[in-house]
Design a protein around this ligand. Structure first.
Ligand SMILES: Nc1ncnc2c1ncn2[C@@H]1O[C@H](COP(=O)(O)OP(=O)(O)OP(=O)(O)O)[C@@H](O)[C@H]1O
Ligand SMILES: [Mg+2]
Length: 487
């Protein structure tokens, strides 16, 4: 069978940076090509060039033999290419079902209330992606995984010949990854050509027919998943080693001085109970992980601690209540949260974002801190002058973490830091956290559903499920007592 999508000589430059260099591949109908590579290697840019969101400087993009390179996005979409973004920006006032109806009728907003047949079809699609029970809800009331389902539902509704899927598994649990794999597999079964980007190496390997690996904009390997994962360069620049940690630093009295004490905290969003009678404590120098599925309440708990959402119950910091303090006062008191949503200043450069984080340090301290962070994340140094919003997904995550570290927190709260990071960067981050613990008195509160990252570092683990703490204990006992559904 001939190629449905054929890309050749694709090159994209941003000023002096060659983000994509002479990339070429073909995908037949009924075939899934995986595209892997470290953060910033150009994967999303390849997708954007195919979709016409970025104009390639050179190269050809053929859809069933017709070159569409350089066409405007809406024409490319109409010709039959669809992109499933990692971040969804749903409309605020349309329900889930209405979003799918709109996707079924891309050119005709007036038909929203129309055709019964279209509604039926939309309902079918909602059911197929597992949104059957929430069809009439507004997207902002949905948990993260359901928003990702909505993006897939829209892609199914538009029915493009070529589907580009950017990081569908990010932030999903292993069970959700399995669901999504089935859905993406059904694109293949129906004869679509699929290009899949994700950092979940196992998830990608299990699903794809072939893999193309990129590094610094260039192709480094292509073949079966097994061949590519065995490739020396791929191992070195992308996969890295296994996450290992040194023995817990047993500092004298670690954990004995209480720092944070959360007692009986509840949060309501309207009628929805986001946290129910949650109690946790963190002692000085401890590393505490909160493990929980999407929507369990991790972010709400962190936001309550940081003063960003109102809560009932008591939150004490170094023996004093945080009630009545503003988020800024809480942060100045030493609690620094690196939020899941990153909250970078998009128009400001990498360096400016970091400088803001270091505002309260002396210039010499800030200099030292920045030098250390650049050593930790060299790519941030290379991208110093670039506007934060143009960074790749993983680069933004690194910047968010680095900015939090710039503030030299006493308690660092990391909310899903592994989101969108390449395996090799996870290893780096893991080493950095270990080094921080060996050399400073930093205390860490980590929220993760990725237990392979959350467990090795932790002194203690809490499991948060449906707004409640359901387990607390030693990471060594986690697998046996609380692991089902996470491992
Ligand atoms: N508009 C832009 N201006 C300048 N540089 C850009 C722009 N867009 C992307 N880049 C740079 O191009 C490189 C490739 O980015 P891209 O988003 O394609 O990476 P990626 O492989 O998708 O990475 P990730 O896995 O982190 O999502 C990055 O280093 C990024 O900073
Ligand atoms: Mg990307």
């Amino acid at each position: 069978m001939s190629a449905m999508l054929e890309v050749s000589g694709l090159t994209k430059r941003f000023g002096g940076l060659v983000a994509v260099k002479d990339i070429g591949f073909t995908i037949r109908g009924g075939e899934i090509l995986g595209l892997i590579g470290p953060n910033g290697s150009g994967k999303s840019t390849v997708m954007k060039c195919i979709m016409g969101i970025e104009k390639p400087n050179e190269g050809m993009v053929r859809l069933e033999g017709r070159d569409v390179a350089g066409w405007p996005t809406h024409r490319i979409a109409r010709a039959g290419i669809g992109l499933v973004f990692q971040h969804s920006h749903p409309l605020q006032r349309q329900t889930v079902l209405e979003h799918i109806v709109l996707a079924l009728l891309p050119d005709n907003l007036f038909m929203l209330t129309a055709d019964l047949h279209v509604r039926r079809r939309a309902e079918e699609i909602a059911a197929r992606v597992g949104l059957g029970g929430v069809m009439h809800r507004l997207p902002r009331t949905l948990p993260f995984a359901d928003l990702r389902r909505l993006e897939l539902a829209k892609a199914i509704a538009r029915n493009p010949k070529v589907v580009l899927v950017d990081e569908p598994f990010a932030g999903l649990t292993s069970g959700e990854v399995a669901d999504f794999s089935t859905l993406i597999g059904s694109f293949r079964a129906e004869g679509h050509a699929v290009l899949l980007v994700d950092h979940n190496v196992k998830g990608v390997a299990a699903l794809v027919d072939r893999v193309l690996a990129m590094y610094l904009g260039e192709r480094v390997a292509e073949g079966s998943a097994e061949e590519v994962m065995r490739n020396e360069t791929v191992r070195r620049v992308y996969l890295g080693g296994k996450i290992e940690t040194a023995a817990r630093p047993e500092r004298e009295g670690k954990g004995r001085t209480p720092l944070l004490d959360v007692r009986g905290v509840s949060v309501l969003y309207g009628k929805a109970q986001a946290l129910e009678d949650v109690s946790i404590h963190v002692g000085e120098g401890e590393f505490v992980s909160i493990v929980g599925l999407n929507g369990a309440g991790k972010t709400t708990l962190f936001n309550a601690i940081s003063g960003l959402v109102a809560s009932s119950g008591a939150i004490n910091w170094r023996g004093e209540t945080l009630a009545g303090r503003t988020p800024a006062q809480i942060a100045r008191g030493g609690i620094v949260q690196c939020p899941e949503s990153r909250e970078l200043f998009g128009e400001m450069s990498v360096r400016e974002n970091l400088d803001l984080g270091g505002q309260h340090c002396t210039p010499a301290e800030a200099e030292r801190q920045i030098a250390w962070l650049f050593e930790l994340f060299p790519i941030l140094q290379a991208r110093q002058g670039q506007a934060a919003r143009t960074l790749s997904g993983g680069e933004q995550q690194m910047l968010a973490i680095a900015r939090a570290l710039m503030m030299q927190p006493k308690l660092l709260i990391l909310d899903e830091p592994t989101l969108g990071l390449a395996p090799v960067i996870l290893e780096l981050l893991s080493k950095a956290l270990e080094r921080l613990r060996q050399t400073t008195d930093i205390t860490v509160l980590l929220g993760e559903q990725n237990v392979t990252f959350a467990l090795p570092h932790a002194d203690r683990v809490y499991v948060l499920e449906h707004a409640r703490i359901v387990w607390e204990g030693d990471p060594a006992r986690f697998a046996e007592e609380a692991g089902s559904g996470y491992l």
